[in-house]
Design a protein around this ligand. Structure first.
Ligand SMILES: C[S@@+](CC[C@H](N)C(=O)[O-])C[C@H]1O[C@@H](n2cnc3c(N)ncnc32)[C@H](O)[C@@H]1O
Length: 280
C-alpha cells in the first residue's frame, strides 16, 4: 500500500496532526453522507484549519485517530463535525433585488396568509431581512408565518440570539434600524440586538436539506433556498429541488442564489424573475 501523502499545513502549526490526503478524502466522504456537501479538493486547507480546532477540543493527536473515534460517536459529535465544516457567509438584504420581488409578491395578497421558509438561514440575516420586508410591506395586521432553518446548530443559536455587530447592519436604512434594532450601550457598544417584535416573527429549527424527513407538508407560499445548493452535487441538488417542490404550494415562489441555476429542473420550476422561480 502506498504511504499516506502529508498535506502541507500552516508553517506555524507544530504538529500537523498527521494530516494526509487520505484523511481529507475521508472527511469529503463523511460530510457528503451527512450533509450532502461536496467539498472541493481545493478546500483542504480550510478543512484542516476548521477540524484541527475540534481535534484540540476533543484531545486527539491525529486526524486518523479523530476520524476513527468520530465513527463511534453519537449525533452530538456528528453535529460538531458538521458545524465545523459549513460555510455560513451571509448578509442582511443580500441580493437586494429579491426583497423587492418579495414585496411585489406580497402586495398581491395584502392581508395574507403567507407561509415563508428560509431554508439555509445561517446566522439569521436572511430571515430577519424577509421579516422586515413583510412588516414594512403588509403592516402589523396581516397574517403570515416565517420558518428559518439550517443544518448548523451553532449558527441557529446566533440567529435566535439576534445580536449582530453594528457594522453588519450597513445594508439597512435609518428607518429599519430604528424600527427593528436596539443599539448596544456600555459593554455592548458596537453591537445591535433585533427588537423582540422582529425576533418573535421567526421560528428557528434545524433541518438538513439532504435528509428525507422534512417536518413540513405542502405548506409554503415562498421558499428562500439561497447560496446552499452550490455546495451540493447535481444529484443532491435535484433531490432537494424535488422536496422543495413537494412543500411549496402550486404557484409558490422559490428564491435561489445568484450562482444557482435551475435549468436542469425546468419540469419542477419555471423562471419568473431574476433567480426567482415559480413552482410548476
Ligand atoms: C453560504 S450560507 C447562505 C446563507 C443565506 N441563505 C444567504 O444566502 O445569505 C449556506 C448555509 O447553508 C447551510 N447548509 C449547508 N448544508 C446544508 C444542509 N444540508 N441542510 C441545511 N443547511 C445547510 C450552512 O450551514 C450555511 O449556513
Amino acid at each position: 500500500m502506498a504511504a499516506p501523502v502529508p498535506v502541507a499545513t500552516h508553517p506555524h502549526e507544530r504538529s500537523g496532526f498527521g494530516w494526509t490526503r487520505a484523511d481529507f478524502a475521508r472527511v469529503q466522504a463523511l460530510i457528503h453522507q451527512r450533509a450532502g456537501i461536496s467539498l472541493r479538493d481545493d478546500k483542504h486547507a480550510m478543512v484542516y484549519a476548521r477540524l484541527s480546532r475540534r481535534l484540540r477540543e476533543t484531545g486527539h493527536a491525529s486526524f486518523d485517530g479523530y476520524l476513527r473515534w468520530l465513527q463511534r460517536q453519537g449525533e452530538s459529535e456528528w453535529q460538531e463535525f458538521i458545524n465545523a465544516l459549513t460555510i455560513n457567509l451571509t448578509a442582511f438584504f443580500r441580493e437586494r433585488h429579491h426583497f423587492g420581488a418579495l414585496a411585489t409578491l406580497l402586495r398581491q395578497r395584502p392581508g395574507g396568509p403567507w407561509k415563508i421558509w428560509s431554508a439555509a438561514a445561517s446566522t439569521g440575516e436572511e430571515p430577519y431581512s424577509i421579516a422586515m420586508t413583510v412588516l414594512q410591506t403588509l403592516g402589523p395586521e396581516a397574517r403570515w408565518q416565517l420558518t428559518a432553518s439550517d443544518i448548523d446548530t451553532r449558527v441557529l443559536e446566533t440567529a435566535a440570539g439576534g445580536v449582530y455587530r453594528a457594522s453588519a447592519l450597513k445594508g439597512l436604512d435609518g428607518q429599519q434600524l430604528r424600527r427593528f434594532f436596539l443599539r448596544g450601550r456600555g459593554g455592548n457598544q458596537g453591537l445591535a440586538r433585533v427588537r423582540p417584535e422582529l425576533r418573535e416573527c421567526v421560528t428557528f429549527l434545524r433541518v438538513n436539506l439532504a435528509d428525507d424527513g422534512w417536518p413540513f407538508g405542502e405548506a409554503f407560499d415562498v421558499v428562500f433556498c439561497r447560496n446552499v445548493m452550490i455546495y451540493f452535487d447535481a444529484r443532491t441538488q435535484r433531490r432537494v429541488l424535488e422536496r422543495i417542490h413537494r412543500v411549496l404550494k402550486p404557484g409558490g415562489a422559490l428564491f435561489v442564489g445568484h450562482a444557482e441555476n435551475l435549468g436542469a429542473s425546468s419540469d419542477l420550476f419555471a423562471p419568473c424573475g431574476r433567480t426567482v422561480y415559480e413552482r410548476v
